[in-house]
Design a protein around this ligand. Structure first.
Ligand code: ADP
Ligand code: MG
Length: 249
């Protein structure tokens, strides 16, 4: 089953008089359970695409389905509800609340879920802090944690709602290389163990090579889809388009 299906999606931004075409005619579907990288240079549309998949923003044209549910026509309230149940977010700059402890940060997205009891909330906080290896740091504030530990808290927070999808926008960009590798390994372990779909953006080839599916973007177009060969780890790339002449110059 497709966890995300995108049909002829366009996204324009209005900057004063100017229209910026950030995404052009994106059609794509993502299988449940994949560990998928969106790669492309800065400005190619990675964040825009993740924001649309995450229902943080709406396409200018086209349709997006999350778990086969058409989100294009939903109200802001319905989208907030869908995000609170189905989508976990991890950001480049961690985005933890500085006045809350690690445990309280993980608990935070659960507070708007009336269906989850206080006991269940506590149980999930402990479970997911353990999964990311921070059981002993539950009471630490973000400024008492390293960058890698902060990103682990952010991953636990994303997982606490038991989402079907975790979206991570350049999750390793603010980490040193070794820590970035650890975070990728952790995400992959979780992907394998909990079957959570991970979609992350990056422009780091080392990070791309940890994925098992790949989408390459350039100037708002998808230019290739990749599947990694599990035996020799090479990428099997299917190019889907070349850029229009004017954009190649
Ligand atoms: P990436 O994440 O790959 O760096 P983005 O999705 O952030 O790319 O940006 C894609 C294009 O859309 C860029 O040209 C960028 O300048 C433009 N863009 C992104 N967000 C906005 C915005 N809020 N208003 C206007 N233009 C934007
Ligand atoms: Mg970006």
């Amino acid at each position: 089953m497709s966890v995300v299906r995108i049909e002829h999606v366009y996204k324009d931004y209005q900057l004063g008089e100017q229209t910026v075409q950030a995404l052009h005619d994106i059609t794509w579907s993502i299988d449940a359970g994949v560990f998928l990288a969106i790669s492309g240079p800065s400005g190619s549309g990675k964040t825009t695409l993740l924001n649309l998949i995450g229902c943080i923003d709406k396409p200018t044209r086209g349709k997006i389905f999350i778990n086969e549910d058409d989100v294009s026509e939903k109200s802001a309230n319905e989208l907030a509800d869908l995000r609170a149940r189905s989508i976990g977010f991890v950001f480049q700059t961690f985005n933890l609340l500085p006045v809350l402890s690690a445990a309280e940060n993980v608990e935070y997205p659960l507070l708007r879920r009336a269906d989850i009891s206080p006991d269940e909330r506590k149980a999930r906080v402990n479970y997911f802090l353990d999964i990311v290896g921070l059981g002993k740091f539950a009471n630490h504030r973000p400024n008492q944690l390293s960058g890698g530990q902060r990103q682990r808290v952010a991953i636990a927070r994303a997982l606490a709602i038991k989402p079907s999808i975790v979206l991570a926008d350049e999750p390793t960009a603010n980490l040193d290389k070794a820590t970035g590798r650890e975070i990728l390994s952790l995400m992959k372990q979780i992907n394998r163990r909990l079957k959570t779909t991970f979609i992350f953006s990056t422009h780091d080839q080392k990070v791309i090579d940890r994925a098992d599916r790949l989408v390459q973007m350039e100037d708002g177009y998808i230019t290739a889809f990749g599947v990694r060969n599990e035996t020799d780890k090479s990428w099997n790339l299917a190019r889907v388009r070349t850029l229009p002449e004017s954009e190649n110059e």
